[in-house]
Design a protein around this ligand. Sequence first.
Ligand SMILES: Nc1nc2c(ncn2[C@@H]2O[C@H](COP(=O)(O)OP(=O)(O)OP(=O)(O)O)[C@@H](O)[C@H]2O)c(=O)[nH]1
Ligand SMILES: [Mg+2]
Length: 323
Amino acid sequence: MKEMDDTRTYLGPDKFDLIEQIKTELGDEVVILSVERRPDANYEIEVALSGQELVGFEDSFEAPDDDVIASLLNLLMNQGVRYNIAKKMVTDVSFVEGVSKEEGWSVTLFSKVLSSVIRFEEEICFTERNVVISGARMSGKTSIALKLAIQLSNVCDIKCAVVTVGGSQINIDRTDATDVTVFGLEPEEMGKGVLASIMQQTEDYDLVFFDLPLVEDGESRGGKNVEGCLQALRPCSEMLIALDCRSSFHYQAKILEELSDFNIKGCVLTRVDQGLPLGGVVSLLAESEVPLSFLGTGAVIPDDVEPATSERLAWFYLNSSFF
Ligand SMILES: Nc1nc2c(ncn2[C@@H]2O[C@H](COP(=O)(O)OP(=O)(O)OP(=O)(O)O)[C@@H](O)[C@H]2O)c(=O)[nH]1
Ligand SMILES: [Mg+2]
C-alpha cells in the first residue's frame, strides 16, 4: 500500500477483495480514483482519502444541484472514470433534474450523461468489403468477427466470410449451420501470399471480416506476418477495434494510438456482461474520437452482440457488480 498526502494506492491480485478491504477501512462512500490491471496481473486501486477529491470537485463547479453533482461523482469515480473526464461530465449535467443521492441514477438520465461525452454509432454501415477486427489478446476479436458475420448472414442475407488468425479458443465449427465461410489460419501460415489468395477466393462476398491480432512481443505470434497483413489490408479495409473491459486505460489508450493510422470505423466493447468497472473505457472513449459501434454482451455466438447505444451502456454501467 502506497500513501500520498491525499490519496492511497492498494495493490492485490483480486480487485473485489481489494474493494472490500478499502470499504472496510474507509467506508462505503470512499472515492475510487482509478482501477488499473498491472502487467504482473495485480490490481492497483487508487482512492482519495477522506473524500477530499469530492469536496474539491464541488468547490470548483457551478453546481446546478449539489446532490446531483455529488451522486454523479460517486457513480463515476467508483468505477474509475478519470478525473478530467468526470469533471467534463459533471459540467454537462445541468440539463438533468430530479436526481438525488438517495434516488440514484436511472438508465435514461445516466445515458444522457454518457452521450454527452461519448460518440455512439448506432447506424452501422460498412463502406469497405474488408473489415479488419483488431485488438489485444483475448479481447474477443474472433467472437465478434463470428457474431457479426453470422448475424449479418442470417438476418440481412449478406454473404460473409471470416478470416481468423492464431490462438483462437473459439470452436469455429459453430459456423457449420450457417453460410459463413471461415478461414482458420495459424500465424505462421499468414502472409501476403495467403492474404492475396483469400482475397481472390472471397471476391464475390459482400463482407470479409479479418480477425487479426496486434503485433505484441515481437515475433512470438508470427507477429511479423500479421503486421505485414495489416499493412497490406490497410488501403482497402476499415477497422473495428475490440476493446475489452478488463484491460487498463493505459493499455487500451496505447492500442488506439498504435492503430490510429488505419481507417478506424469504430470500436466494439467486449465483456460488458461481466460486471467489470467501466470507468476506464468510458474515459478512453470520451477522450478519443473513435465511436462506439457494438457491445459484446456474452460468450454465445452469434447472439451476444448488439449495436452500442448510450442506454445499453448506461444499463451495464449501473448494473455492474463492481458497486
Ligand atoms: N462473457 C463474455 N465473454 C466473451 C465476450 N467476448 C468474448 N468472450 C470470451 O472471451 C474468450 C476470448 O474470446 P476470443 O473471441 O477468442 O478473443 P480473441 O481476441 O480472438 O483471443 P485471441 O485470438 O486468443 O487473442 C472466449 O472464451 C470468449 O467466449 C463477451 O462479450 N462476454
Ligand atoms: Mg482469436
